[in-house]
Design a protein around this ligand. Structure first.
Ligand SMILES: Cc1ncc(COP(=O)(O)O)c(C=O)c1O
Length: 382
């Protein structure tokens, strides 16, 4: 089952919230219950619910003491960690990705650390966990706070341990396209009591009565969303099995095509926010432009995206054109050079990434996988 279902359980819990006549997170019981169940599932001591994952990333960096004059290391595929760094007036420092896993490459991490570095945001790309043991070891040697961006990777495992329990803080998204779709919403996970208390302030303040003891944000998650979250959590393991089954059909469709490399990494088990592979055809005489035209002609692009954003995070206008205060504040001078060629693997690989949604009915996935398989046979002249 890889289709979204909201059923009787959701309605029952929503009815209970409405009957409680308390829809707000501050004194309700559903948001704390959602947090407790989420922490237990992921294997952390605490979980703090917020209104979206960008709020979690922002609050996490604030809790890590990041601000003007700081640098935050981010992988070069995704923009979200960099945006959160800019929210705090810190500068993002981009590290290259691994060509097959698409996650931050730990071999490139240490050289990016400076005396300004405070935190590392590492994204588990498309649902596949990054090499967390090495990343955490290097980062902690330099006393950096490790934030896992788990927006794509709920219940994914690396070496048998869940994403969101490896770093100091895990950040999950419940935005509509994610495995757990609550419309919007986010969750921070941590086993560090101090960080949990700090995160809590951003998910609970300011209130009508409270004295403002610091600059805290209102990133609360309401009771209605939490109630649906509790119901969805109960179905999550089965739903994920459905996504993994769908991904298996696409893996089979490209098996034996040496010019398409499925996204994988030893020790990592993906929960497939998206199924992903990398086009590596040039070495077999296939050009990227030719492959793209072929996919369009065969209408494979109806369900497969080739190239994601087409660019590494540092080529997005917000970075390239310095569209944030952080780039101009005194504390961040002389700044960071976001030049072309900064992360050569990301520059080469991103336009070659194939992506397809796993949240579709199983029969449709089988049909799409068969269309892909037949098209690739045609490409190979078989
Ligand atoms: C990797 C990643 N991180 C963070 C976010 C932000 O999530 P949200 O929409 O819940 O703020 C997204 C959303 O697409 C994402 O894909």
């Amino acid at each position: 089952m890889a289709e979204r279902v909201y059923g009787e359980r959701e309605i029952e819990l929503l009815r209970q919230v409405l009957a409680s006549r308390n829809l707000g997170a501050l004194s309700g019981k559903f948001t704390p219950m959602f947090e407790e169940k989420f922490a237990r599932l992921v294997g952390t001591r605490y979980a703090v619910a917020m209104n979206c994952a960008m709020s979690v990333l922002h609050a996490s960096l604030m809790c890590a003491g990041v601000g003007a004059g700081s640098e935050v290391i981010c992988d070069s595929l995704f923009i979200f960690g960099a945006l959160a760094a800019l929210y705090t007036n810190a500068l993002p420092k981009f590290v290259d990705i691994h060509p097959v896993s698409h996650c931050l490459d730990p071999d490139k991490l240490e050289v990016a650390i400076t005396e300004r570095t405070k935190a590392v945001v590492v994204t588990h790309a498309w649902g596949l966990p990054a090499e967390m043991d090495r990343i955490v070891e290097i980062a902690h040697r330099y006393k950096l706070v490790v934030i896992e961006d788990c927006a794509h990777a709920i219940l994914a495992t690396y070496k048998g341990r869940y994403t969101g329990s490896w770093g100091d803080i895990g950040s999950f998204s419940f935005q509509a396209s994610k495995q757990m779709s609550l419309g919007d919403g986010g969750m921070a996970t941590t086993s560090n009591e101090q960080l949990a208390n700090k995160l809590d302030l951003h998910s609970g303040a300011p209130t009508f009565h409270s004295v403002a003891h610091g600059l805290h944000y209102n990133y609360r998650l309401n009771e209605l969303t939490s109630a649906v979250g509790i119901a969805q959590l109960e179905q999550l393991p089965d739903f994920i099995k459905g996504l993994q089954k769908v991904a298996g059909y696409y893996d089979q469709a490209i098996a034996g095509c040496s010019y398409l490399v499925p996204q994988q990494f030893p020790g990592s088990v993906s929960t497939y926010h998206l199924w992903a592979a990398t086009f590596d055809g040039e070495r077999y005489g296939l050009s990227l432009a030719g492959f793209k035209n072929f996919l369009e002609r065969e209408k494979i692009t109806e369900f497969v995206n080739l190239g994601y954003t087409g660019m590494p995070a540092y080529k997005h206008p917000v970075i390239k054109d310095k569209l944030a205060h952080a780039f101009h504040c005194q504390e961040n001078q002389p700044g960071i050079d976001y030049c072309d060629g900064l992360c050569p693997v990301a520059e080469r690989v991103i336009p070659r990434i194939l992506l397809t949604s796993t949240v579709i009915p199983e029969e449709k996935a089988q049909e799409n996988a068969e269309r892909l398989y037949q098209a690739l046979r045609k490409l190979e002249g078989k």
